[in-house]
Design a protein around this ligand. Sequence first.
Ligand SMILES: NC(=O)c1ccc[n+]([C@@H]2O[C@H](COP(=O)([O-])OP(=O)(O)OC[C@H]3O[C@@H](n4cnc5c(N)ncnc54)[C@H](O)[C@@H]3O)[C@@H](O)[C@H]2O)c1
Ligand SMILES: [Zn+2]
Length: 362
Amino acid sequence: VTRTVRLLDYEITVDAGALDRVGAIARTVAPAHRYAIISDETVAPLYADRVRRTLGEAVLATIPAGEQFKTREHWADLSDALLAAGCGRDAVVIALGGGVVGDVAGFVAATFMRGIPFIQVPTTLLAMVDASVGGKTGVDTPHGKNLIGAFHQPRAVIIDPLVLESLPDAQRRAGLAEVVKHGAIADASHLADAVAVGGAFARGGHADDALAALIARSVEIKASVVSVDEREKGLRQVLNFGHTVGHAVEAASQYRLLHGEAIAIGMVAEARVGEVAGMTSPEVAGALESGLESIGLPTRIPAELGDTDVLFSYMHADKKARRGRLAFAVPHRIGEMAGAASGWAVEVDDATVRRVLAERWK
Ligand SMILES: NC(=O)c1ccc[n+]([C@@H]2O[C@H](COP(=O)([O-])OP(=O)(O)OC[C@H]3O[C@@H](n4cnc5c(N)ncnc54)[C@H](O)[C@@H]3O)[C@@H](O)[C@H]2O)c1
Ligand SMILES: [Zn+2]
């Protein structure tokens, strides 16, 4: 079954075996003199040859696998590799990998010769349902994550769920946190599917058609939000549910927690914040907590992360603190967001947030 999401300027294809159609799709949406596959050293040996065969001849440039390589230095190395291979204005980048590859390859494409087209071929669940859709590209700096970048929309997103068969279980669970988030903000039955279908996959199950349908629905939810608010001025903030606390937890762990693990903890905490602030109905936090736990994701802040003061300093340093007040995008009930009247993010006073965080430690 081929599923296509057409809510944005580019098509998102979800199809088992789509890896073998990258060339055909690329020649349609981004015909090029030269294709350059950008990947990482884990994904390239697994899938780059298959993609390359569909493109005819293509340049392959890689970075080592991992967040610590999403840097300006590797952006420069990749750009230089394309130049050395003779790529010009008529080249097209194929980003083949997880969110790290998608972000840095997208930024290479955004800046190479002042911008060349690129195509996202995400290979992690997180990149499929989140990072590859929406056009945010960039790199990390010693001052923080994602601080240098550009909006650059892909010409197509090509999702082959079968590549997830090689994805480690921890990465499967981490991606599911964003699927749960999409259910929480937009669709209660999607949340139930995330727990049932996603949970089975996270426990070593196969990338079957039910998983493909789950991915396609998640992509549709993200795309529908992004289509209304590409530049994150309003509605796109609902995608930040769980991320105000989540980013603080992630940073306080020195990035030992995976992003999805931190977001799982953050969603339950923020649902409680919303509840205490009178915006979120009381069953939301419990429903999220039991769903996330059945997937195998953490929902309590690990004791070794210090204390509530430490998390507060990270939260206030984050760009989502406006005018010194923390703002939260929280559901009103499962599948429906609160805060439409205030631009979807609601300011909550520190005392309330403190009280909630104090009860969320392990
Ligand atoms: N641009 C956006 O809108 C956006 C949104 C969310 C996240 N992000 C970014 O995404 C990044 C995280 O993405 P991620 O979780 O995909 O991390 P990642 O790209 O580091 O991938 C995780 C690990 O899985 C490996 N891997 C990838 N595909 C595989 C496969 N099919 N089989 C086996 N191993 C595979 C990778 O080599 C890596 O070691 C962060 O840098 C984050 O900032 C961006
Ligand atoms: Zn996230």
